[in-house]
Design a protein around this ligand. Structure first.
Ligand code: NAD
Ligand code: UDP
Length: 339
């Protein structure tokens, strides 16, 4: 049986995707250097699906070590999650981001040539749309002019993949542009636990809820939105994970290059998310309205019709579900995957 290679498979989105792939009947091989995840994730995956995926602790940039993965397995498709993802860190250490994110993608494409693997799914981001000019965002809207080195890496990898698809007539490439993943596995055994103080809204909220942090600062209350706070498209991580299974199916039909927004199509403000968390979990979140965060766009939400029309995928879980699941994960694992 052929296998799906999942790079970054012990990370937040990767681990949830591995579970959905195994549930869908795929055999999975994970490559992760554990730079931002823990080995314990494999135990959690095994507890949910009853199968322990094969695991290689190596960097995707290490071509020699990666050759071994391709030689020891019969890879039919790659899902490439591995990458560094902190916007703020990418401003401080841009070369580290260009090296890791572009380097690992280029290495994979070279190995695809060498081992005749034709299918790849890539984790892109809504950040490639830069400062969008209209809402909701459709896939044909302009990309580039990204606001961070991290965003630039996603944009540049997309360009490389588009050129790769053009020059390889038998290649199938799915570029998935994620909006804002939140939530956790419904079992409460897998979720997101960023190192240090979280930059993203949901982990910040859950850490205030669990008492690790004192108070959420809402970045800006004077935006031109109904309640003055910024609007994003928050998608449950399990819906996002399932989107990858649909993308793998899609690539099996030899479509060439496909690009999809993966979001819910619905904008939610910061205060709406805080209120949903409070309602879903029957608790109060200590918050204050602070200054705007430099670089934030007022609103960002997706039109996801294309993913539905062409793959039959759409998000089905609500913000409320995501708030319950995020809290269930956080309260059962106050220190993430650490003992
Ligand atoms: P994550 O940090 O939890 O997972 C990424 C994984 O990749 C980690 O386990 C890390 O150890 C691994 N990794 C990094 N560099 C590697 C390398 N060179 N070799 C092997 N493993 C390596 O992040 P995530 O939230 O699961 O994101 C997955 C992908 O989705 C990333 O590419 C990210 O940029 C993209 N993305 C994430 C979001 C988000 O908000 N979480 C939004 C849009 C796009
Ligand atoms: N946000 C906030 N306080 C925080 C973290 C985030 O008010 O501590 C806001 C942020 O300004 C943005 C939204 O929450 O409007 C989502 O931010 P996140 O960093 O999670 O995602 P992104 O801005 O990258 O879409």
């Amino acid at each position: 049986m052929s296998q799906i290679l999942v790079t970054g498979g012990t990370g937040y989105i990767g681990s949830h995707t591995v579970v959905e792939l195994i549930k869908a009947g795929y055999e999975v091989v994970i490559v992760d250097n554990l730079s931002n995840s823990k080995l314990e994730v494999l135990n959690r995956i095994e507890a949910i699906v009853g199968v322990r995926p094969k695991f290689y602790q190596i960097s995707v940039q290490d071509k020699e070590a990666m050759r071994k993965v391709f030689e020891e397995n019969d890879i039919s498709c790659i899902i490439h999650f591995a990458g560094l993802k902190s916007v703020g860190e990418s401003v401080l250490y841009p070369v580290k981001y260009y090296s890791n994110n572009l380097g690992s993608s280029i290495t994979l494409l070279e190995l695809m040539d060498e081992y005749h693997v034709h299918n790849i799914v890539f984790s892109s981001s809504a950040t490639v749309y830069g400062t969008p000019t209209r809402m909701p965002i459709v896939e044909t809207d302009p990309i580039g002019n990204c606001t961070s080195p991290y965003g630039n890496t996603k944009f540049q990898i997309e360009c490389i993949l588009m050129d790769f698809a053009k020059s390889h007539k038998d290649a199938n490439v799915a570029i998935l542009r994620y909006f804002n993943p939140i939530g956790a596995h419904e079992s409460g055994t897998m979720g997101e636990y960023p190192t240090g103080i979280p930059n993203n809204l949901m982990p910040y909220i859950t850490q205030v809820a669990v008492g690790t942090l004192e108070c959420l600062t809402v970045f800006g209350g004077d935006y031109p939105t109904p309640d003055g706070t910024c609007i994003r498209d928050y998608i449950h991580v399990v819906d996002l994970a399932i989107g990858h299974v649909y993308a793998v199916h899609k690539l099996e039909s030899n479509p060439g290059l496909v690009i999809y927004n993966l979001g819910t199509g619905k904008g939610t403000s910061v205060l709406e998310l805080v209120n949903a968390f409070q309602d879903a979990n029957n608790m109060k979140i200590n918050y204050r309205i602070g200054d705007r965060r430099p670089g934030d766009v007022v609103e960002n939400y997706a039109n996801c019709d294309k993913a539905y029309k062409e793959m039959g995928w759409k998000a089905t879980r609500t913000i409320y579900d995501a708030c319950k699941d995020s809290w269930n994960w956080q309260k059962k694992n106050p220190h993430g995957y650490e003992e």
